[in-house]
Design a protein around this ligand. Structure first.
Ligand SMILES: [Zn+2]
Length: 222
């Protein structure tokens, strides 16, 4: 998806905070599914951003979840509880059954609230971006809007920050939604990419906005 192409040169950077149900032992062993340096850079550069957070991530990093959720520079939305796919055949992700889709989204909201995110946004990003009519109906029944993207940064598992930077700069148009990740182990170049992309897009006249500014919603899922 993208926002209106006619409301000036706005762009929404979005960051998926991925973590799956079985990654707890890896986090305990020191692997970083969080990315504090990325968040610090977004704050330093004063870039509003939308974080699509899994409930599992909020359970692992409640202090960071709370800090993001209480900072008006950011908004926190839902990326499922444990990053299971809402369709079959989605990049090898395990699958949530149709019967469990609603409860998975609710479980993620419960985790966000429990971590201290006071007003999670009524937006949902499908794990892997995979959805079909059944998945859309399940999410829609909860009053939650599915939010995709029109610019793939390519930061997942990337090792070349310059290539990711180029892909973002080549892809952004007025109203674009860019997908990136807030999971250092799976997206190690993202902080560096943000440091390059933000000043360049500002030089080109773009203003950074949260997804809510593109689609005109107000906070308060509950
Ligand atoms: Zn994801």
């Amino acid at each position: 998806m993208n926002g209106p192409r006619t409301l000036g040169k706005t762009v929404a950077l979005t960051f998926d905070a991925d973590m799956t149900a079985d990654q707890g032992p890896r986090a305990a062993a020191g692997e970083h599914f969080d990315n504090p340096a990325l968040i610090a850079t977004l704050r330093r550069l004063k870039v509003p951003a939308t974080i699509f957070m899994t409930g599992r991530w909020a359970d692992e990093y409640p202090a960071q979840a709370r800090s993001l959720g209480r900072d008006p520079q950011f908004e926190v939305a839902n990326h499922s509880y444990s990053h299971y796919a809402f369709t079959g055949d989605c990049y090898g992700l395990p699958t949530v059954s149709a019967a469990n889709m609603k409860s998975d989204v609710e479980r993620a909201y419960a985790a966000l609230l429990r971590a201290g995110v006071p007003h999670p946004m009524p937006y949902f990003r499908f794990p892997g971006g995979c959805y079909d009519g059944q998945a859309l109906r399940a999410v829609g029944a909860l009053g939650v809007t599915a939010v995709q993207w029109d610019v793939v940064s390519g930061d997942a598992f990337a090792t070349d920050a310059d290539a990711v930077t180029k892909q973002v700069l080549d892809g952004v148009k007025p109203g674009s939604v860019v997908v990136m990740h807030c999971t250092r182990s799976a997206a190690p170049t993202t902080e560096q990419v943000v440091r390059s992309v933000v000043p360049e897009l500002r030089k080109r006249g773009f203003r950074f906005v949260k997804v809510s500014e593109l689609i005109g919603e107000t906070p308060g899922h509950r």
